[in-house]
Design a protein around this ligand. Structure first.
Ligand SMILES: Cc1cc2nc3c(=O)[nH]c(=O)nc-3n(C[C@H](O)[C@H](O)[C@H](O)COP(=O)(O)OP(=O)(O)OC[C@H]3O[C@@H](n4cnc5c(N)ncnc54)[C@H](O)[C@@H]3O)c2cc1C
Length: 393
């Protein structure tokens, strides 16, 4: 039977990054995903999301040898602007990265580009194998190893990482439950070109029903371009999806409070349900859950994948510090101890921001401004806000 150090279930952005990072650190990795191999067919459905990587995630991508491949396509986020359009006239607050660091808050990428570059990096790593069209089925943890059954083979490993998304089969097979809450919201995700340049400012416009977030992208055909995540109550979001393009962009124009001038639709629209869920445990024998298999958040404050990569950074540090202990009880206990409180805290902070935004209360700009600082700002501010009950406890 084939033997590797690590089997990773799930080749989403999180699983691919994990494979690149562990492969770069010298571990042998087998990554399995039931999806088809990425295609260059332009008519194939494409993930319209973009992902903002915050600074710590960039360090991890660098460590995984991925950053040099994507740096030239990065749109830096230097300013985050919160606009409270529930007031007349609207008010806005800016958060400038220079206040806390000489580097941007983060960088924004289309998910499809990330995926392509991650695969390119992995192809250069001799001990990493990616199997598309292959799913994780079950596993049997033994003392020093875990036997993993995939749809077309069995593999022995020392660690099984569940990066298989929100419905994680690894989590279910490990008998780990979920804390789940629904916000009765959905997100419409699309790209726009606009008449006013974004100047690398990420803008969240609040009114009610949820935030309307414009995230800078590189120019498209010489036009300034941004991706939009428009969160609203479920029926309203579905109604937006049902509009024809002209009616939809008119609605988006109104909802944007004209912050980037005239908008033109530059992509298809996709609808995403908004949920928050957290695995009741991050580990089981020889198993670690990471990314959306472990925690799903509303897309606010660019937390989702950044939390996932924070999971990965801890797993990687522990594995590199004590390679002989890979997948052992000590490593897994330390992983859970380091990550579980942080995950719970950030989830509570994001949920509080989302509830506030759904309500569309006046003064939400200030509240969200504090919340954003809680998430992105220095520890001391974050802790202060937590004591105030905003962030969590
Ligand atoms: C609208 C929107 C905007 C967002 N914006 C941001 C942002 O700006 N910044 C940020 O950090 N995060 C953002 N997020 C969150 C981020 O996109 C997710 O955290 C991330 O894409 C999830 O990655 P993942 O790899 O965990 O899961 P997925 O991308 O869901 O990947 C899971 C993979 O597991 C595979 N799989 C399923 N079953 C099996 C099985 N049995 N065996 C093996 N594999 C299996 C699937 O085929 C899939 O490829 C956003 C999310 C949404 C919805």
């Amino acid at each position: 039977m084939e033997q590797v150090d690590i089997v990773i279930a799930g080749a989403g952005v999180a699983g691919l990054t994990a494979a690149a990072a562990f492969g770069t650190a010298g571990f042998s990795v087998l990554l399995a995903d039931p999806g088809p191999a990425p295609t260059s067919n332009v008519n194939a459905p494409r993930d319209m999301r973009t992902t903002a990587f915050l600074q710590p995630a960039q360090a991890l991508l660098d460590r995984a040898g991925v950053w040099p491949l994507i740096a030239s396509d990065a749109a830096p986020l230097r300013v985050m602007r919160i606009v409270d359009a529930a007031r007349t006239p609207s008010v806005s607050a800016d958060f400038v990265s220079d206040e806390i660091s000489d580097r941007p808050f983060g960088w924004n990428f289309p998910n499809t580009l990330l995926r392509d570059k991650l695969l390119a990096r992995i192809a250069a790593l001799p001990h990493v194998t990616v199997l598309f069209g292959t799913s994780y089925r079950s596993h049997l943890a033994q003392d020093a190893q875990v036997q993993v059954t995939l749809s077309d083979r069995s593999v022995r490993a020392r660690l099984l990482i569940g990066a298989d998304g929100r419905q994680s089969a690894v989590r279910q097979a490990a008998g780990i439950g979920l804390h789940r809450s629904s916000f009765a919201q959905k997100a419409v995700v699309f790209a726009v070109t606009h008449s006013i340049p974004h100047d690398n400012v990420s803008i969240e416009v609040h009114r009610s029903g949820g935030p309307f977030t414009l995230v800078p992208l590189p120019d498209l055909d010489g036009q300034p371009c941004s991706s939009v995540v428009w969160m609203d109550r479920g029926p309203q979001a579905e109604a937006l999806m049902a509009l024809d393009d002209a009616a939809f962009i008119a609605a988006a124009q109104d909802r944007s409070a004209d912050v980037l001038g005239t908008l033109n639709l530059a992509s298809r629209r996709q609808l995403w349900p908004i949920i928050a869920q957290r695995a009741t445990a991050l580990t089981a024998d020889r198993v670690a859950l990471m990314a959306e298999a472990a925690h799903v958040l509303p897309p606010i404050g660019a937390q989702g994948l950044n939390m996932s990569l924070a999971d990965l950074a801890v797993l990687l540090d522990l594995a590199v510090a004590a390679p002989a202990g890979l997948g052992g009880a000590r490593m897994l206990q330390t992983y859970a101890r380091r990550r579980a409180p942080e995950v719970a805290l950030r989830m509570a902070g994001v949920a509080a921001l989302n509830h506030a935004s759904i309500a569309g209360l006046h003064g939400i700009g200030a509240l969200r401004a504090q919340g954003l600082r809680a998430i992105h700002g220095p520890r001391v501010i974050r802790h202060g806000l937590m004591r105030l009950g905003l962030g969590a406890r």
